[in-house]
Design a protein around this ligand. Sequence first.
Ligand SMILES: *Cc1c(COP(=O)(O)O)cnc(C)c1O
Length: 225
Amino acid sequence: MSIAVNLSHIHQQIQQISEQYQRDNVRLLAVSKTKPVEAIQAAIEAGQRAFGENYVQEAVEKIEFFANRPELEWHFIGPLQSNKTKLVAAYFDWIQTVDRLKIAERLNEQRPADKAPLNVLIQINISDEASKSGIEPDEMLPLAQAISQLPNLKLRGLMAIPKPESEPEQQKVAFRKMQLLFNCLQTEFDDIDTLSMGMSDDMQAAIECGSTMVRIGTAIFGARR
Ligand SMILES: *Cc1c(COP(=O)(O)O)cnc(C)c1O
């Protein structure tokens, strides 16, 4: 199926789930990692503006390719090593995977002066997987407090990649925990408006639990090799 058809199908699903659960303003992030610029171009022509990428070098090439499209919004959603922060600070509009103050401080120092502050989501290790990135829930407020002091970063909310579960009830266990953390963050800080959770296989459960941004790759662009 074509990318345009897939996108319109996902928009319909988001609309229908949002109505059913009285959610509004759920944004769609198109996850284009490993996909060629032609695929991104097709999504742009279908009206998509926000794209998520996981690998810094691959992403920078794509962002440069689309440098004549300033309306595009690029989100870094992969694990970030400290030797790659400079490129992320220079090229991206958002980073969704901040889980260490050191990374945040480097991004703050390296953000070019002519750019708006870099939008930041704190990644939470919500399924408590030893191997996964993200902070523990009880580390959220101290890290948020420190990030909120950095002038070239703008804290916008939280992101999580829960352990994959096939049953919606199981998927919702982690998403409900994220919803509580997000509510807590909103009471402590201003301008917290983004809860990034939900992928191709758990989008519905995520929106039910208050996601404001779903990150969809496979259902838009097809399977990755
Ligand atoms: C790859 C990826 C996605 C998209 O996953 P799909 O299952 O292809 O929709 C979403 N979020 C992150 C962080 C990813 O790495």
